[in-house]
Design a protein around this ligand. Structure first.
Ligand code: GLU
Length: 282
């Protein structure tokens, strides 16, 4: 029989392993950016996407509920249309996104089908969040899809989103989706190991944050120049998104998506990436 003396309180447990909370996450939002999905030559990184599909499917097999926030529509569309580069006009980018989104979903659909899972496309704009009825409808759809065992794949509705109704980047979008769906964990996969205290491209000895408990704006200070060059948001939007999620009681991790198996390590509470410890009381 366990006595009070040999049983750790939740606080003691958290002190013993600050990542313990990650191991209990059931509903998980995974965000993957264009730089992880597309090669430098613009072609889709099928090997990476295949691995991601396998890992996410296994996590679903374990009984977890997954939501994927995927960028890449504009990048893939640019390649499919054989354009010389990302179109410079808004309508050009919207057209590229419309084409690329279809291709992206085709690839996801095929790859997840390998493991017996269906995917669903959810395209959101910011006004979906601002209009209470639309927001509730989105929640209901997510709930229904998760009950059906389907994997929701979310992106911004780039085809119609103009500045006024834009999230602007998928880091922000992923944090909004995590809050909307009551997720326990948000994982932002990028092309760097985590959040560094200095720009690791300029200073190879830069240290990485492993565990962040300070959820104030001050923690964003080092994010200005650090990190990914390819993504839309850079490190600042990632840290901001992770901080806001953690402040709402959602564990958030910024990690390297080069090897999608990193998701297993995160959920096992291993010391990978930068974890933003969820504020209690949700
Ligand atoms: N929604 C954009 C796309 O799919 C990407 C935005 C982002 O990377 O943050 O191309």
């Amino acid at each position: 029989m366990e006595t009070k003396d040999n049983k750790l309180t939740a606080d003691e447990q958290a002190a013993a392993n600050p990542r313990e909370g990650l191991t209990r996450a059931k509903r998980i939002v995974v965000k993957i950016g264009t730089s992880s999905l597309v090669h430098k030559n613009g072609k889709m990184n099928l090997k990476r996407i295949e691995k991601l599909a396998r890992v996410i499917s296994e996590l679903k097999n374990q009984g977890r509920e997954l939501i994927l926030v995927s960028s890449g529509a504009i990048g893939v569309g640019t390649e499919v249309l054989k354009l010389p580069g990302k179109p410079s006009t808004v309508s050009g980018r919207q057209a590229a996104a419309a084409v690329g989104q279809v291709h992206l979903m085709q690839v996801y659909s095929r790859m997840f089908a390998e493991y017996g899972y269906d995917v669903a496309q959810i395209l959101l704009t910011r006004d979906t969040m601002d209009i209470p009825e639309a927001r509730q409808n989105a929640v209901n759809t997510f709930t229904a899809l998760l009950e059906l065992g389907v994997l929701p794949v979310v992106n911004e509705n780039d085809t119609i989103a103009v500045d006024e109704i834009k999230f602007g980047d998928n880091d922000t979008l992923s944090s909004v989706v995590a809050r909307l769906t009551g997720a326990e964990l948000l994982v932002i996969l990028t092309d760097i190991d985590g959040y560094y205290k200095d720009n690791p491209n300029e200073r190879p000895d830069a240290e990485m944050y492993h565990t962040v408990t300070d959820l104030s704006e001050a923690i964003e200070a080092a994010a200005g120049g650090a990190g990914s060059r390819l993504g839309t948001g850079g490190m600042l939007t990632k840290v901001h998104a992770a901080r806001l999620a953690a402040a709402e009681g959602i564990w958030a991790v910024i990690a390297n998506g080069q090897e999608p198996e990193v998701l297993y390590k995160i959920i096992d509470g291993e010391d990978v990436g930068t974890v933003f410890v969820a504020r209690k009381g949700r």
